[in-house]
Design a protein around this ligand. Structure first.
Ligand code: FES
Ligand code: FES
Length: 213
């Protein structure tokens, strides 16, 4: 009996055929269906001025652009990292008008005329900020992805303590906050490190805090 003929199709051929089918389907879709999508993609735009690391930038952005995307995609300051993009990890922390914020949770247009400091504005490899140097000395990182956010946050934390801003674990809300590990851990708790470098991060911040008091 003759055996049935089984056509031999390589995986590569199958992938090419699949891609061709998808392209054919999308190119035959009605033009009117694509139009609303295009309209939604091009949102309203606004002009704004941002002073980032001391340099003034004039931008015209889709009003839905987050500060994080404005920094990374439009100003090409890629030191600020996108982790969760949902305000949960702290990788995108920058200092805006003296306050640390999650740049993924705020729109760039809300900072028109404002001052933003990113990790690039704190120091350079040749001339590091004291906290950057302390992170290196204490191995306050492994992969380094969270580190720009950790350092921006730590800079603002030390300023908050200096200004007497209490935290959730401050026993006396009117007294000058302590530079205890408990205070530092609480204040840095919005900055997640998947490598678990927490104890070395606290050591680095403690060293700089100690040298300032
Ligand atoms: S990327 Fe902004 S908090 Fe995670
Ligand atoms: S050093 Fe890797 S996530 Fe913090």
């Amino acid at each position: 009996m003759d055996s049935p003929t089984i056509p031999l199709i390589s995986r590569r051929d199958a992938l090419i055929a699949g891609a061709a089918t998808a392209a054919a389907v999308s190119s035959s879709a009605p033009a009117e269906a694509a139009a609303p999508k295009a309209a939604a993609a091009a949102g309203p735009r606004a002009k704004l001025s941002l002073t980032v690391n001391g340099q003034v930038h004039s931008l015209e952005l889709d009003t839905r652009t987050t500060l994080l995307d404005a920094l990374r995609e439009h100003l090409h300051l890629s030191g600020t990292k996108k982790g969760c993009d949902h305000g949960q990890c702290g990788a995108c922390t920058v200092i805006a008008d003296g306050r640390r914020i999650n740049s993924c949770l705020t729109l760039a247009v809300m900072h028109d005329g404002g001052q933003v400091t990113t990790i690039e504005g704190l120091g350079t490899p040749q001339n590091m900020h004291p906290l950057q140097a302390a992170f290196v000395r204490h191995d306050g990182y492994q992969c380094g992805y969270c580190t720009p956010g950790q350092i921006c946050s730590a800079v603002a934390v030390l300023d908050e303590i200096k200004r007497g801003v209490p935290s959730h674990v401050s026993a006396d809300l009117t007294a000058r906050p302590l530079l205890s590990a408990e205070e530092l851990r609480e204040r840095m708790s919005g900055n997640i490190c998947r490598c678990g470098a927490y104890s070395n991060i606290v050591d680095a911040i403690t060293e700089v805090a100690g040298s300032r008091t």
